[in-house]
Design a protein around this ligand. Sequence first.
Ligand code: CTP
Ligand SMILES: C[C@](O)(CO)[C@H](O)COP(=O)(O)O
Length: 237
Amino acid sequence: MAHSPVHSFTPSPIAPRYAILVAGGTGTRMGAGMPKQFLLLRGAPVLLHTLRRFAEPALNVAEIIVVLPADQLATWRALCEEHGAEIPHRLVAGGATRWASVKAGLGALAGHAQGLVAVHDGVRPLVSAAVVERTYAAAAQHAAAAAAVAPKDSVRTLSQHGSAALNRRRLRLMQTPQTFEIDLLRRAYAMPELPAFTDDASVVDDLCRVELVEGDYRNLKITTPEDLLIAEALFNG
Ligand SMILES: Nc1ccn([C@@H]2O[C@H](COP(=O)(O)OP(=O)(O)OP(=O)(O)O)[C@@H](O)[C@H]2O)c(=O)n1
Ligand SMILES: C[C@](O)(CO)[C@H](O)COP(=O)(O)O
């Protein structure tokens, strides 16, 4: 039942902005022996780069929540000290899945009745201010917005009989930020978790149409070792 317009929303270009950076994963696919959000990219932890991007004054983000594995809070505090990071943010212990970590992050914003919340993967450190701004601006208008890019490769779907070509012009690869009016996101995350929830748009889909905005091919998610090499090459300060 996707895209039911059941969320009533008054657009506001001046709504306060919040951000939840989810970094509660363990990085099994990276296999680095430490969570990949702490790996160094151009000399600083991946997550610190992500935090710096959201702290850019032009974005005007009032509060940043960083979600981490419960047993990594002290490590992160030590890393911030080591790298002289003085960006204000609140730390929250995450859950067993990305969904649970976002929900925990939202809990930390419980005191805010209004505003827009951007949810962003802590392991997408190359996100540009322009992409972040686009999602906040679109969410101010439509209540729900997410960054996405068109596939560059041909895409097939698998079946018992082999595989079949899909029309890639009708497909998008989802990125983050995915940004929402705060009450909408709260209502979406009040529902039970489903296996189909791979991002925040999929959690919100049944309550509200999600506006897709242009993402950026450089906004890669650091998932496996080659992604870190690509990020080193793409890094632009
Ligand atoms: N329980 C979890 C799982 C994931 N994430 C976050 O969601 C983002 C996207 O997840 P993914 O790339 O899958 O990270 P990991 O879960 O760490 O990686 P893997 O699946 O390889 O273990 C990451 O910033 C990750 O830290 C989270 O906050 N809490
Ligand atoms: C949220 C996300 O980054 C959008 O592309 C992606 O769905 C996360 O997937 P993962 O399996 O948790 O890495």
